[in-house]
Design a protein around this ligand. Structure first.
Ligand code: S3P
Length: 183
């Protein structure tokens, strides 16, 4: 129980673009057998539009509205346990930060700027990085967002040197401990 409210046993992955949320989400799905909700993919499926198209048609704030609506929907009292992989900017809104913590155990995946740059440069589907100097944009966004990731997460996990299996094992062990304390 947290503040008299029982915490649903979801595992929620947050972190900057390119920190491995989707890959680790799939690994956790296989290990636990829980359904995986990849928020970006679900928003794309439901709207029939890519994230880049949604950003250009609705602006960033319209896209954030879609994220908030989805988080509210995921917080349904009778919802099954899930792995929830979020988009990197979901923590920008205070309302979302509260919703994320209510959803379950929140894990913040961290990676060095060089790794983020390398992974995100392999495709063009991140509109916020469509700039002449993606490294500077990544550094600025990380500076702005780090306090919000910290505030939202129950666990911060530096993924440097770890593969997705090792990261998942760490998450599962600490999630078990967390949920035992919040039964
Ligand atoms: C965003 C991260 C992206 C996607 C959108 C905005 C962000 O998700 O939601 O491009 O603001 O950091 P990933 O973290 O899965 O790349």
């Amino acid at each position: 129980m947290v503040d008299g409210v029982s915490v649903p046993k979801n595992i929620v992955l947050i972190g900057f673009m390119g920190c491995g949320k989707s890959t680790v989400g799939r690994e956790l799905q296989q290990r636990l057998g829980y359904p995986l909700v990849d928020m970006d993919s679900l928003i794309e499926q439901r709207t029939g539009k890519s994230i880049a198209t949604l950003f250009s048609e609705l602006g960033e704030s319209g896209f954030r509205d879609l994220e908030t609506q989805l988080l509210e929907e995921l917080y349904a009292p009778e919802a099954p346990r899930r792995i929830i992989s979020t988009g990197g900017g979901v923590i920008v809104r205070p309302q979302n930060r509260t919703l994320l913590r209510q959803l379950g155990y929140v894990v913040w995946l961290q990676a060095p700027v060089g790794t983020i740059l390398d992974r995100t440069s392999r495709n063009r589907d991140r509109p916020l990085l469509h700039t002449d100097d993606p490294r500077a944009r990544i550094e600025a966004l990380l500076t702005e967002r780090t306090p919000w990731y910290r505030e939202t997460a129950h666990l911060a996990l530096d993924t440097r040197g770890l593969d997705s299996g090792e990261i998942s094992t760490g998450i599962l062990e600490s999630a078990r401990y967390f949920f035992t304390g919040h039964a």
